[in-house]
Every structure is written in C-alpha cells, then in structure tokens.
Design a protein. Structure first.
Length: 162
C-alpha cells in the first residue's frame, strides 16, 4: 500500500507541530524544513484546521499549533481523513467492479483482512508515539531471516606440473 503525498505532508506537519508545541510554527518554516511547497502545505494546514487538529493564527507573528495533545491524535484517524481511496483491488467497490471472479474469489477477503490489520496497527499509535525518542533497534521475534545466496566456490584449475 502506498499513501499519497498529501498524507505524508499531513503527518509531517503534525509531527513537526507536536515537537514544537512551545511556540507557533509557520508555513515557511515547515516548507523549508521539509523541502515542500508552501502551496501544498497551506492546503494541508487548512484541512487540519477544519478537522480541529490545529489552530491557525493569521498575520504578523502568526502560525499554527496543535489543538490536541499528541497522545489524543490517533494515526489511523489522520490517515483515514487524508486518504481518498482504500480500494486495494477493483472488487472493493461493488458499484464499479467488473471483475468476473468476484463471486468465487477469496482475494478480496484476504485484502480486506489485511487492510483491517493495517488500520488496527495505525489505530494503536498516536502522534505522541511518532515523536518519542526511538527505542533501540530490536529484531522482531517473528522475523524470518532472508536466505542469502552465495556463489558456489569454483574448483581451482588443475595445472599440470612437468
């Protein structure tokens, strides 16, 4: 699954504001910090303000700040609000699906379960989790080592000795 740039920018704005709660953050600062267009960021900021996640102040000395505590903002909710389409396969939308396999295909059920699991994971994380100091890297207990391929050693050429 790949999210839109809009969702990426939305999460960046929220994370930056959460890390700088003690002051107002400007669009120019966000644009410079993340190498993004001010125009794109203005759309994101307006949308976040409409959702009640941030407050904006116009004019000289203005900027934006979080309205809620970072721990109260679930990442799953942010992603749902910023993405427009979660149809992983054509048959997710019965109105437009032309798939002839739909009556007997189990693929939709598999992807639907995967999407529910995906959002369950996102819903378990908050903005506070994203700005916390990262824990030291640990290997996930269920992680499986990928096999490595090595070239078979070639036998050395036999040289005839006189």
């Amino acid at each position: 699954m790949r999210h839109s740039d809009y969702t990426d920018y939305t999460l960046r704005v929220l994370m930056y504001c959460a890390r700088h709660r003690q002051r107002l953050v400007t669009i120019g600062e966000l644009a410079e910090q993340h190498g993004l267009s001010k125009g794109h960021l203005m759309k994101v900021v307006n949308d976040l303000a409409r959702q009640g996640l941030i407050e904006t102040t116009r004019g000289r000395g203005g900027g934006l700040r979080l309205l809620l505590e970072p721990g109260a903002i679930r990442i799953g909710d942010v992603v749902r609000a910023s993405e427009t389409d979660f149809r992983l396969v054509e048959c997710f939308d019965a109105r437009t699906s032309a798939c002839t396999l739909t009556p007997s295909c189990q693929l939709r059920h598999l992807f639907d379960a995967a999407l529910r699991g995906y959002f369950q994971t996102l819903d378990s994380a908050t903005l506070a989790d994203l700005i916390a100091d990262p824990p030291p890297p640990q290997r996930h207990p269920a992680a499986v080592a990928m096999p490595t391929t090595t070239r078979a050693a070639r036998p050395a050429k036999a040289t005839a000795r006189p």
